[in-house]
Design a protein. Sequence first.
Length: 263
Amino acid sequence: MSDRSTEPDRTDTEPAPGLAGKRALVTGAASGIGAAVARRLATAGAEVVAVDRAAAKVEALAAEVGAEALVVDLDDPEAAAELGGRADIVVNNAGMQHVAPIHEFPADVFSSMLRVMVESPFRIVRAALPGMYSRGWGRIINISSVHGLRASPYKSAYVTVKHAIEGLSKSIALEGAAYGVTSNCLCPGFVRTPLVERQVAEQARLHRVPEAQVVEDVLLSRTPVKRLVEPAEVADLALWLCGPGTASVSGASFSIDGGWTAN
């Protein structure tokens, strides 16, 4: 038995074992979790297709990691349907947020969030599954959220779509089991992404307090581990789900939330 304590620490730029020959589609890949996942899968040898509506950012990311960039707005499910055809790995990550009381929540924004975060992932997976089934291997990874497991006020659309992707993921797991296809959700708490950092800055200005205080007293008020999740942590778990020894890991939801859901 090897002594793992003697192994050097791995960095995000070092090759990881084993995805040569696999085509990985990552949505919302221009920044945050999506960019981190694209980088990790690329270093593992996967042929990465990075999808985002932010053209300049996703093209820069693709150039950095040697990926293919596709500029697609997932608010159009018909466009999303064309993405999944040759994918061995699908990472449904693209998302958006809007905060408002239900009685004031814009109906068009609610519908848009459903399209981007539920219908388009369904369309992508629907297109990807026949090829995965014929090859006898596939990995569907849905970036859910702690809000796929818990609710918060003023985030009705986000909570709804994340609960929906949890249900879709489990259905994929059941149907794909006989074909070597697994489907799982990753459920992070607050992640250090541009979206969260903007929220922190806005709250700090509004309440005239330091940003660190906003993170601890507002964002992490229900989280025992008082730190934001780093995108690379989510990416490492996504990579693991694509690696060896995970054929029976399916239909699960993995919390990366600093203990939030333990309360």
